[in-house]
Design a protein around this ligand. Structure first.
Ligand code: DOR
Length: 427
């Protein structure tokens, strides 16, 4: 639960990691009324609460550039408030929310609504505006006015901008504002109503397949358009080896492209659908081991810039429908760090690298300030035990929805406490 931080708090003996400069220092930290007052030698204070951080890493709070908080319209799945709680439980103190709400965030008023409604929450919420009006893929939304109101990017996520000409206009228009244009890359005709990765396995399960080329064909189009227009694209939830190869090729041409991968696309494969678990139904779908290996390789060599959750809450009733009709998406905020850390450490990445993919790397994509842990700045921190082994259980979920196929998984690495200003979440 979220609680009030003690007025004076000392974090003792931890390793402070600054992902922006990639440096670590062992130091104590004095937090007073939610503000970092001293780093290094901290005078003992009888009135202060002391947390022993020996063998723990202290990092800036994580940034998720891709989450669905369902407000307005589907508050039964998630509200800004319950989403903020799930975020804090997962170590995220900054979250960008996708605009596929009901109605969609396609105008400056709705952008202002999100900012005002979330002002008193313990995390910072940045809205993303739609690319097209009503996410219909036809007419551009007022991108400039939404940016002026506080939108940090534009996306029709959940739906692709299928029309190449519309996407070209979006790239040209958004250039003025230096924001990323995020296209959900799934070519609808090629997806062909598929509900899982197209493979021998989908045939065996008797489910319609969505081939990997439905993604890569659209990623290719978007890369070509970014190259042609000089626009800036961000490729969300990359799921296939083919897409990684294309992004690598175009990055070498120095076009403005960044990309993200979700914890579930690196940590799970289509095998998770063995028992027709609708919690593992997601768009784009979970793919094969060859794909997860390519995604991890992409992160390791910098082709993929960061990790983002695609936290997508849905009700139990909807997820209890049959596999064809259940909606796509899974929650991910609470398990994101631990799942990513478990998988990526096994692949040879350091804990610090995983932290970069959740802090400094997404900050650069969204033009957020690149602040580490500094005196006189608000406390915005995670205390992490990189070695703790634990099992992900229902009590670890704080989202209003419970649709996680990660339940029962064993993780290594745990966020012990998240501090955001005067608020704290302790696991
Ligand atoms: O699985 C998904 N669910 N993928 C998306 O892109 C959208 C999301 C949702 O909004 O439920």
């Amino acid at each position: 639960m979220i609680s009030k931080l003690p007025a004076s708090l000392i974090l003792e003996g931890g390793n402070l990691y600054d992902p922006f400069s990639d440096t670590s220092v062992k130091a104590n930290l004095l937090i007073h009324n939610g503000v970092i007052k001293q780093i290094g030698k901290v005078k003992p204070d009888k009135l202060a609460k002391v947390i022993d951080c020996t063998n723990k890493i202290i990092t800036p709070g994580f940034i998720d550039i891709h989450a669905h908080f369902r407000e307005p319209g589907r508050e039964d799945k998630e509200t800004l408030e319950t989403g903020a709680l799930a975020a804090m439980a997962g170590g995220f103190t900054t979250v960008c929310v996708m605009p596929n709400t009901d109605p969609p965030l396609d105008n400056p008023e709705s952008i202002r609504y999100i900012i005002e409604k979330s002002a008193d929450l313990p995390i910072t919420i940045h809205p993303i505006g739609t690319i097209t009006l009503g996410q219909k893929g036809e007419e551009l939304a007022e991108i400039g006015e939404m940016v002026a109101a506080g939108a940090v990017a534009v996306s029709d996520d959940g739906l692709p901008v299928q029309n190449g000409q519309v996407f070209r206009y979006a790239l040209e228009y958004a250039q003025k504002y230096n924001i990323p244009v995020i296209n959900h890359a799934e070519d609808i005709p090629l997806r062909n109503d598929g509900v899982m990765n197209e493979s021998a396995f989908s045939t065996r399960l008797g489910l319609p397949g969505n081939p990997d080329i439905s993604e890569s064909v659209m990623v290719f189009r978007d890369l070509e358009l970014a190259d042609y227009t000089g626009g800036r694209i961000h490729v969300p939830h990359v799921s296939t080896k083919r897409s990684v190869e294309l992004i690598r090729r175009y990055k070498a041409k120095n076009i403005q492209v960044t990309a993200e991968v979700t914890p579930h696309h690196i940590g799970l494969t289509q095998e998770a659908l063995r028992e027709y678990d609708t919690h593992a139904k997601v768009a784009p779908p979970l793919r094969t081991k060859t794909d997860t290996e390519a995604l991890i390789e992409g992160l390791l060599d910098g082709t993929i810039d960061c990790i983002a959750t695609d936290h997508a809450p849905h009700t139990i009733e909807e997820k209890e429908m049959n596999f064809i009709h259940a909606p796509c998406g899974m929650i991910g905020l609470e398990s994101a760090f631990a799942l990513s850390h478990t998988v990526l450490r096994q692949a040879g990445a350091s804990t610090e690298k995983v932290i970069q993919w959740l802090t400094s790397k997404p900050a650069r994509i969204m033009n957020f300030p690149l602040n580490g842990i500094e005196e006189n700045s608000p406390a915005n921190l995670n205390i992490i035990d990189p070695e703790e082994e634990w099992e992900f259980k229902p009590e670890h979920i704080h989202s209003r929805s419970k649709n996680s196929p990660m339940l029962g998984m064993k993780f290594k690495g745990r966020i012990q406490q998240t501090i955001s200003g005067k608020k704290s979440f302790k696991s």
